[in-house]
Design a protein around this ligand. Structure first.
Ligand SMILES: *Cc1c(COP(=O)(O)O)cnc(C)c1O
Length: 384
């Protein structure tokens, strides 16, 4: 294994997370239970003071997105419009239900789905729009909600990068969409190792997700052991899935959530240091909100001038300096399964193509030392 001087990403785990996990391990209850419930209620309070925001913890954002689309009744023959510029999970959940993902191109300035391309993609089979807040910069939600309202479509936000991100002053998770789904995968803005959170303000939809995340059983295991009716008594009211979070993972989440704003500030300070240091280099710097809105600063994605500089040699140059880089993303229309199944042409997504050909994600994570930040800056400068 290569040992990087500056790895691409590294989770920030404090002694509190470790102690909470140890406490859970010693407690006698390690799967979904009191810690999961506390994590959900803390998460709801973090997002909003409203009593009617339902937060349901699951074992990944992928399962959360699947549960959301299932609760909305998406099924065979339906179409869901999403961006090609995302991780495969965004589209795979549409396939789980036998529905068809319709990919559209991005706005090359924000890397987010281009709302004006959503309109021509709508057909009589379209049921939902699934935007992604790329890198933690909010998509253009006003336009997406307008299109959804006038075409009677659901909106499910893939907010895997967007905790905390705001849109016109409101946190992602509190907007008018039917569902918002966050990820707590190891390299996301907060982590539980593996995990996710489904957020909705619709009680009926929340109930459906609650049932479906655990085998379609009408009560969860911890409820059963708390209630006065016999613990063994339960009913199965739907086929369901096995998507519950464990109390071990929730223990990590409880303490990550307490630091989620601090972690964002740390990333933002690296983001702004990079912007300043790179301002006179031949690079297109990542977009940043021009109002007071929060960018979660999950990724720092620069673009090279492809005519003069080769992206892959830039990455190998940094690799030789001990710096881990990545590419977000290989657009879905270029990956075999999506390309071949839906006969997608490279020419249909010129903006995603152009961004993909020239983009590089640099390390940005809390706990990067100033030496590490300086090493990235001086190495990028010396490449040019
Ligand atoms: C990470 C990620 C997911 C999936 O999250 P998991 O919690 O790993 O299932 C979905 N969409 C995007 C855009 C992601 O980056």
């Amino acid at each position: 294994m290569t040992s990087f001087k500056v790895p691409f990403s590294r989770p920030s785990i404090s002694e509190e997370e470790i102690q909470e996990v140890v406490h859970t391990l010693r407690s006698g209850w390690i799967t979904t239970g009191p810690k999961s419930r506390l994590f959900e209620s803390n998460f709801a309070s973090y997002l909003s003071s409203s009593e009617t925001l339902y937060c349901l913890a699951v074992n990944s954002a992928t399962s959360g997105l699947h549960l959301s689309l299932e609760a909305l009744g998406i099924g065979p023959g339906d179409e869901v419009i999403t961006t090609t510029y995302t991780f495969t999970a965004t589209a795979e959940v549409i396939r789980y239900l036998g529905a068809k993902p319709i990919f559209v191109d991005i706005d090359p300035d924000t890397f987010n789905i281009n709302p004006s391309l959503v309109i021509p993609a709508i057909t009589s089979r379209t049921k939902a729009i699934l935007p992604v807040h790329f890198a933690g910069l909010s998509a253009n939600m006003d336009e997406i909600f307008d299109i959804a309202r006038s075409n009677n479509l659901f909106v499910v936000e893939d907010a895997a990068h967007a905790l905390p991100t705001t849109y016109k002053g409101s946190l992602i998770g509190t907007l008018a969409s039917d569902f918002t789904v966050f990820s707590f995968y190891a390299n996301k803005t907060m982590t539980t190792g593996e995990g996710g959170m489904v957020v909705t303000s619709n009680k009926g939809l929340a109930e459906r997700v609650r049932t479906m995340r655990l085998h379609g059983i009408n009560k969860d295991a911890f409820n059963r052991f708390q209630s006065t009716v016999p613990a063994w008594a339960y009913d199965v009211i739907a086929p369901g899935f096995k998507y519950n979070i464990t109390d071990i993972a929730a223990s990590i989440g409880i303490h990550q959530l307490k630091r989620v704003d601090l972690l964002r500030q740390e990333r933002q300070s690296i983001f702004l240091s990079y912007n300043e240091a790179f301002s006179s280099l031949p690079l297109i710097l990542p977009p940043f909100p021009d109002n007071e809105d929060l960018h979660s600063c999950h990724l720092y994605v620069v673009r090279l001038n492809g005519e003069f500089y080769n992206r892959d040699s830039f990455i190998s140059y940094l690799f030789d300096k001990g710096i881990g880089c990545s590419v977000h993303y290989t657009p879905l229309h270029l990956l075999s399964y999506w390309r071949d199944t839906y006969k997608l042409s490279q020419l249909s997504f010129p903006c995603a193509q152009q961004v993909f050909d020239t983009c590089v994600s640099l390390p940005i994570y809390p706990g990067m030392s100033s030496d590490q930040i300086q090493h990235v800056i001086s190495s990028v400068k010396s490449f040019f």
